[in-house]
Write a protein that binds this ligand. Structure first.
Ligand code: ADP
Ligand code: ADP
Length: 225
């Protein structure tokens, strides 16, 4: 069965605004699906429903064959807003290591996994620093390292590279492709950048607005080398 199945998902906010309506989506294990669409079409709402941060008005999110209830523990999220996502009183290494408590890992194991993930994003040298001592792009790489260290079966990324410079963005796109290849992680990537959606994704899902719905679902085929 698919790793993630979204069935007839509808979400109306408290003010009655219907952000997404009757969304159906099936994502296979190991797939990397880009989600694109105009501002306000419901991309973030869809991710929040999957992450259990908001409760859909109707429909179901089925992860690993089970309907989700609250925040699934085999899932990690990278948000665009890095400035609110790291704890300022913890070092970079401890920020990355913290969620691993949920995995039941020892302190030494958590630190080792954190260092490995920081190395993957090129920030091993910043492990002992505090988030506020780093640039925005570096803080965002720390958020990505934290998600990678956790090794979730599903990684949700909401405009994760929107606030970094062009070179870092390309590096992080390549890193995303590498972790997907090596760890078999399943990834949903929300992006405004069509080039990025096609370069990184195996599939590009296009959302339309008012209310948000799936307009197109395209498989990206690479030419044979
Ligand atoms: P996107 O991520 O594609 O920009 P969002 O999911 O953030 O879209 O928003 C979808 C629609 O829902 C928009 O019209 C937005 O204004 C509305 N919306 C988002 N959050 C809320 C909220 N907390 N309360 C009411 N409406 C919201
Ligand atoms: P994005 O497009 O990245 O999803 P937005 O700029 O649409 O972000 O929204 C930023 C924040 O404002 C989100 O937390 C969203 O839930 C909230 N928001 C957006 N539209 C509304 C709205 N109409 N009413 C209340 N909150 C909203």
């Amino acid at each position: 069965f698919p790793l993630l199945e979204i069935k007839d998902l509808t979400h109306a906010y408290a003010d009655g605004h219907v952000a997404i309506k009757d969304v159906n989506l099936s994502v296979a294990d190991g797939e990397l699906v880009s989600i694109v669409g105009p501002s306000g079409c419901g991309k973030s709402t869809l991710l929040r429903c999957i992450a259990g941060l908001i409760r859909p008005t109707q429909g179901h999110v089925i992860l690993d064959g089970k309907p989700t209830e609250g925040i699934p523990d085999n899932l990690a999220v990278v948000f665009q807003d890095y400035s609110r996502s790291l704890f300022p009183w913890l070092t970079v290494r401890d920020n990355v290591a913290l969620p691993l408590k949920r995995r039941g890992m020892s302190r030494a194991e958590r630190r080792e996994a954190a260092m490995e993930a920081l190395e993957a994003v090129g920030l091993a040298a910043a492990a002992g620093k505090f988030p506020w001592q780093l640039s925005g792009g570096m803080q965002q790489r720390v958020s990505i390292a934290r998600a990678l260290a956790y090794r979730p079966s599903l990684l949700l990324m909401d405009e994760p590279f929107g606030s970094v410079d062009a070179q870092t963005r390309e590096d992080l796109e390549d890193l995303t492709l590498r972790v997907r290849g090596s760890d078999g992680m399943t990834i949903l990537l929300v992006t405004h950048d069509i080039d990025e959606s096609v370069y990184v994704g195996d599939r590009v899902v296009v959302l339309g607005s008012s209310p948000g719905h799936i307009k197109a679902d395209l498989r990206i085929d690479l030419p044979a080398p």
